[in-house]
Write a protein that binds this ligand. Structure first.
Ligand SMILES: [Zn+2]
Ligand SMILES: [Zn+2]
Ligand SMILES: [Zn+2]
Length: 545
């Protein structure tokens, strides 16, 4: 076995100077969409977020069947077993355990994730050295008007210096501030608004990649496996770009999200103020699209939001306003207020829905929340129709590569819901009482489901998802592990010989004419039928009085 590398390296990438952008990562060979450009399991820094600290293993980040056990000294690291505990001790815990124990003895709660990463950097010189090389926007942050960001950084730096026991003199705090700027600027998955992020990591090679709102690559993460994948064809010598933010949002929102990085985005989408459909049209026809729920996504060029530029520009502007309006209203906490909030949002987005702008913010967020709402009510068939709507009308345009992690999650979600609806259909149980009043639509949904071979659809979606994820994820990603269990269960169902023959032929040679026809019939058509029922479900449920 070769020794673990301290950072992701590959023959295919090169750090170069890019005019106006500082450093940039470029490829030395032409890359096909979906190619793994870089893969690592040993980023420079990696920690679960505080919210997940006690529920997942601090080293492998897996949740496992039983809860991970705390380090008996500091109670600030949790392990699935002795192998991970030893690996983490060698990697970094040996330097932080004692200072973290002291904090605990003093009755203090867990350190914020970024502060703890800084403690590690202050105590382990090799980490600080690798960080020193990265962009930190130190001067820009220090001289910012108002100075609140710098003040925050000083507080965190002071806390980390005190915890690490390196002294809190001017010199030490200044150095800690600089390191903190570099950690903040280059941390992946770190978001102040999203405490649900599983883990935060810093990886120097990936930190060299610049941002674009039309990214040519995506960083995918499962446990400790971090993979950089090409989202489109990238020619030799071309720059590789990822997104730092939720790039599906309208420009004002993107600018807001990019503000901490101290640059003005000059990507084609920002320059042309393109809407999400126009941005989607910038992705040339992708390989593997025939293997997706939306094979016609390459025809995005004919979408009204691309063709009717006037209408599209107006919608783009309106999206920003509606988004701001919705964000300013309070977040609901009870089920009935959640329903009321969805009604309010649907009414605000109604003309987007009527114009078929399902991929345009804030409509996708509404569809996702509506699907979760139905799932929480155990109304599986309506949750399914809205999940199909999300996968086809929203996400296939927002995330053009069919192997994008969001697209794959959509497949898993539909498959999971199908396992519920299939059970309901076969047991001929009554639909939940809450939908009886919408009897006509509900009857049509149930009739549609009865006509679909839900088990085969579920099986094919799971097979697709497992093929679309990086090899490294098959054993490491909770969703993928679940998918394999589900496939095993499906494989044991009796009386499916005919379906299995067709599915096996499709899986062996998906490009064949016969396979494509079968795929269209067994997967694409039913999912689109369900998606259009999903549109009706939203209209029915949330249009209000
Ligand atoms: Zn572990
Ligand atoms: Zn410890
Ligand atoms: Zn941009």
């Amino acid at each position: 076995m070769s020794p673990p590398e301290s950072s992701a390296t590959s023959q295919t990438v090169q750090v170069r100077h890019a005019p106006g952008k500082g450093r940039a990562l470029t490829t030395t060979t032409t890359l096909r969409p979906g190619t793994t450009i870089l893969a690592t399991t040993t980023p420079l820094l990696l920690l679960p977020s505080v919210a997940n600290l006690s529920s997942i293993c601090t080293h492998c980040l897996r949740s496992g069947s039983s809860p991970p056990r705390a380090c008996t000294r500091c109670h600030s690291a949790y392990y699935c077993g002795p192998t991970c505990q030893r690996a983490h001790w060698r990697a970094v815990h040996s330097v932080e355990c004692k200072p973290l124990s002291r904090l605990r003895a003093a009755g203090r709660g867990p350190l914020p994730t970024l502060v703890r990463l800084l403690v590690q950097a202050l105590l382990k010189e090799s980490i600080a050295q690798e960080l020193a090389d990265l962009e930190g926007n130190v001067e820009a942050i220090r001289s910012e008007a108002g100075g609140t960001r710098w003040a925050d950084i000083e507080v965190m730096a002071l806390g980390a210096c005190a915890c690490a026991g390196v002294g809190t003199g001017e010199e030490q705090v200044r150095r800690a501030c600089e390191l903190m700027c570099k950690i903040q600027t280059n941390a992946f998955n770190w978001s102040e608004d999203n405490p649900d992020q599983t883990a935060v990591f810093v990886e120097p090679t990936l930190a060299m990649i610049n941002h674009s709102c039309v990214p040519s690559a995506e960083v995918q993460v499962a446990g400790r496996n971090i993979v950089l994948r090409a989202s489109m064809a990238i020619q030799a010598g071309e720059e590789i770009e990822i997104t730092y933010i939720d790039y599906t949002l309208p420009r004002p929102k993107r600018n807001e999200a990019l503000a901490p990085y101290n640059f003005q985005c000059q990507c084609p989408r920002c320059r042309g103020n393109l809407n999400i459909y126009q941005a989607s049209a910038l992705y040339p026809h992708l390989d593997l699209n025939c293997f997706s729920l939306a094979p016609e996504v390459s025809q995005v060029h004919q979408h009204p939001a691309v063709v009717d530029t006037q209408k599209a520009a107006a919608a783009n502007t309106q999206a920003g306003k509606v988004l701001a309006d919705i964000e300013s209203s309070a977040t609901p906490d009870t089920e009935s207020s959640q329903h009321a909030s969805l009604c309010h949002r649907y009414q605000r987005c109604k003309n987007f829905a009527e114009s078929d702008f399902w991929a345009m913010a804030p409509l996708p967020h509404l569809v996702a929340d509506a699907s979760s709402y139905y799932a929480a009510e155990e109304n599986w068939s309506f949750a399914l129709t809205t999940a199909c709507l999300m996968a086809t009308a929203c996400d296939s345009y927002r995330y053009p590569p069919p192997f994008h992690s969001v697209r794959v999650q959509d497949l898993f979600r539909i498959a999971k819901l199908l396992s519920n609806t299939a059970a309901d259909t076969s047991s001929l149980s009554q639909p939940p009482s809450s939908v009886v009043s919408k009897s006509d639509l509900n009857t049509r949904v149930q009739d549609t489901l009865k006509d679909i071979d839900q088990v085969s659809l579920c099986q094919m979606l799971l097979m697709m998802a497992l093929r679309l994820i990086p090899e490294e994820f098959v054993k490491e990603w909770d969703l993928a592990v679940d998918a394999q269990d589900m496939l095993k269960d499906i494989g044991q169902l009796p009386g499916r010989d005919k379906a299995l023959t067709l599915i096996n032929a499709w899986a062996t040679n998906p490009e064949a004419d016969q396979s494509r026809k079968f795929f269209q019939y067994a997967v694409v058509d039913p999912v689109h039928t369900l998606a259009s029922l999903g549109k009706e479900a939203l209209e029915h449920e949330f249009r209000g009085a």
